[in-house]
Design a protein around this ligand. Structure first.
Ligand code: AMP
Ligand code: ZN
Length: 115
């Protein structure tokens, strides 16, 4: 199921280190190595799904779970003033790691529209 060429599958397998802020049966969360905000975590499903564009009806509970995990992590990180949740998808979406993941960004005011 997992992809040996995939960076996040390697993190999930423990082959590349990451500080797991959270883990459950379905996902892990760890800090982004190149943070774009004072708080920047990635929430990564244990199942390799290449992108949001590849998510199917069977993934609906998992997608909900990832958003709920982001909300729990935001509360744990005390992002009381708000935060942004992002899923970069495909080339136009700026996706660089082709394993679906949710960015949790906080600790500063975000701009709109995004770049
Ligand atoms: P995206 O551009 O949406 O595909 O996001 C991929 C993210 O993974 C980027 O924000 C990178 O900074 C981050 N990243 C890449 N390698 C690592 C790593 N080894 N540990 C943590 N985050 C990483
Ligand atoms: Zn993967």
């Amino acid at each position: 199921m997992n992809n040996s060429d995939c960076l996040f599958c390697k993190i999930l397998a423990g082959e590349i280190p990451a500080n797991r802020a959270f883990e459950d049966e379905f996902c892990i969360a760890f800090p982004d190595i190149n943070p774009q905000a004072p708080t920047h975590f990635l929430i990564v499903p244990k199942e390799h799904i290449a992108s949001q564009a590849k998510a199917m009806a069977e993934h609906e509970p998992l997608l909900g779970h990832l958003l709920a995990a982001a909300a729990n992590l935001a509360r744990a990180q005390k992002l009381d003033k708000g935060y942004r949740v992002v899923i970069n998808t495909g080339d136009d979406g700026g996706q660089t790691v082709h394993h679906l993941h949710v960015h949790l960004l906080g600790g500063r005011a975000m701009k709109w529209p995004p770049g």
